[in-house]
Design a protein around this ligand. Structure first.
Ligand code: SF4
Ligand code: FES
Length: 250
């Protein structure tokens, strides 16, 4: 039989971004350690609903670690304690019986709170709209394959392309910086010949939109890399800075 644990959950409740929020305490018993963190929240929400109480709002979609929709800070760690793991892929076996978990939404100026643990990450969509695209027609798969890409550039682009846009990097950064996300998106396309026509405008426009959205600057804390569920390297921030500097050289 699966092991069960009891937990005390201190969860951030907030009606919307205009109303002040507060922590509420929930005692949960008999949690199956094979459940995912989101399944545990589902069970709690079922209980709250049966009691006629408001369920806890949280973001989720694929529950497979690929869409980037889920996310919450658990005991100060975005996506929880397991490295390289999204909240939906985190299992309750990572926690001890009797533990207290403090569960908060992403806290950053660029991500206003929708409700409880759900935040508005449309700032990321606007940054992508500013330059996260290519204008060339790549054709069918064999045509695209006929365009040679040096192995080193292909590897950097593939690593950067793993970013799922979850925003944990922003939540982890003491400055609320989005530079790991933007660095990954710029690196992904700027490394490839297909991304070359917009290379200069891409980095300028995406960085400018990032600043407009109210995200902070990078001060090399490296917290973003540690929190990233796709283990995106800060090297991509260096690539972005290099591209940005080259565009701005006199
Ligand atoms: S860089 Fe990592 S933490 Fe940041 S948005 Fe992309 S996947 Fe999420
Ligand atoms: S719900 Fe899609 S990555 Fe977690």
């Amino acid at each position: 039989m699966a092991k069960k644990i009891n937990l005390t959950l201190k969860i951030w409740r907030q009606k919307n971004c205009k109303t002040p929020g507060k922590f509420e305490i929930y005692k949960t018993q008999g949690i199956d350690v094979d459940m995912s963190f989101l399944e545990m929240l589902d069970v709690l929400n079922e209980k709250l609903t049966k009691e006629g109480k408001e369920p806890i709002a949280f973001d989720h979609d694929c529950r497979e670690g690929i869409c980037g929709t889920c996310g919450a800070v658990i005991n100060g760690q975005p996506h929880g304690p397991q490295r390289g793991t999204t909240l939906c892929q985190l299992h309750m076996r990572n926690f001890k019986d009797g533990e207290t978990l403090v569960i908060e939404p992403w806290r950053a100026k660029g991500f206003p709170i929708n409700k409880d643990l759900s935040v508005d990450r449309s700032a990321f969509d606007r940054i992508i709209n500013a330059g996260g695209f290519i204008s060339v027609k790549t054709g069918q798969a064999p045509d695209a394959h006929s365009l040679p890409v040096p192995k080193e550039n292909a590897d950097i682009a593939m690593d950067a392309a793993q970013c799922i846009g979850c925003g944990a990097c922003v939540a982890a950064c003491p400055n609320g910086s989005a530079m790991l996300f933007v660095g990954a998106k710029v690196s992904h396309l700027n490394q490839l010949p297909q991304g070359a026509p917009e290379k200069k405008t891409r980095v300028l426009n995406m960085v400018s939109q990032m600043d407009k959205e109210g995200f902070g600057n990078c001060s090399n804390a490296y917290e973003c890399e540690a929190a990233c569920p796709k283990e995106i390297s800060v090297v991509h921030i260096a690539h972005m800075n290099r591209d940005y500097r080259q565009v701005n050289l006199p």
